[in-house]
Design a protein around this ligand. Sequence first.
Ligand SMILES: [Zn+2]
Length: 463
Amino acid sequence: MAATLLNDSKGSSSSEESFSHLVEQKVLSLRRNIISERAEQIAEVVYRSVYVILEKVRELEPRFTVSEILKVGSYFEGTKINEIDEFDFLVVIKELSKPGAIHINKEPDVSFKGAIYSGPGLVQIKLQDDDLKIKWGKYVVDDYLTCFQQGSLDYEKRDLFGTFVLESIKKIAKSQHEFKDALYNPETDIEFYGGGLTLPSVSDSEQVILKSAEIKHPNTVLMLEYDGSVISVDLSPAIRYCPVEDCFEAGDCVDERLAATVIDRGSILLVAKRGNAFRITFTETEVEYMRDKIHGVHKLIYMYLKYIKCLYAKMKPGFQPFSSYVLKMFCIHHDINCTIKTKIVSKCLDEVLDLMAEYCENDELPNVFNKRLTYLYISDTESEFRICMLDGLRKIKELAVANPTQANFSKVIADVVEQSSSTVDLLRNRVLKEEDRRFRAEQRQRTANEPATFKGEKSSGRL
Ligand SMILES: [Zn+2]
């Protein structure tokens, strides 16, 4: 009797537990290649390769002397799944990160190529010290530091941070007589035919091959090959700034404790965006939060959501229902507000899904560090894909508990993702939405002159 009653409710405790177990086992299997000695070795080798390249950059352009190479991204925050295939680093520019080196102009209206960029997360930078002003003169336009690009807001100009990364690679290549194999375009990218460039960062037994390097301004992406794995490495120049209170209001943060950790850190990082606009980031606090502070159950849910999101994205090349970053924001929001006493994946996931549905309806998701920064500003086309994934996640849970084995769980996931995504035609929707927008704009223009019957006919024809 009791069992029947429990089964009639939202889910029996045993089905809640077995579903939680299924998700835990799934995430563990997705991290099999990540939690390994080999992965640690790859991370170490990649770091040393980056160090070697940045040392060369320092020789070529002392302005870009680096004081820290910060390990960020999902591998270092302990949420990477699937393969060990990408690493992100923030490269802290030493001179500009000294206390008092720069002054910031908060929430500027920044003009870039005719467009205005403005927002609570942006700042402009002025150099304080006279020596620095002279030294960095070519990177300053109208008193403001440009995003590490020479004397012009045209980002195709030379002397970007990335240009020096490419020049450094060229130097290393020349010394190895391998440059003849490279296709080199100083303003865009560098690619090696065939074998690639052997980086002299490690011992003979640990050969790292650089396959290509591409300036994506403001970051630079290197493709490395090590021990049979191809690894993408993202380098973004950054400036460490203090005091943190200059660009952070505790009241803007969604949680007092989180605000306290930002303030305790004592500095934040400014990352180049466009023109002379820099973005305020809380990357270090965020990495630390995801690595050490978030509840294990919520971290697991984040990885499960990322996994399902990737499956949906594979079904519709060029689209994804949510970015990993937005999923992370959902999980941190839930972590801060979770009231479930005995936390288990199943129950917390239900709450996270409710939260996601609520935000999708309102079309906005505040950044946990700054409520005035919101995400989810998206087209209607993508919102349908989001609802599709949310429905899919609920369906997966429902079907998985009927036969809680890993084999069935994998099958249920594959079937649900395939079936539910087949009901969404994003390309068709995009065309329809565009037509609809154009039609409505035309209709607004016509309102004054056209007879009402014509408008009525036209819109009913489109329904
Ligand atoms: Zn929870």
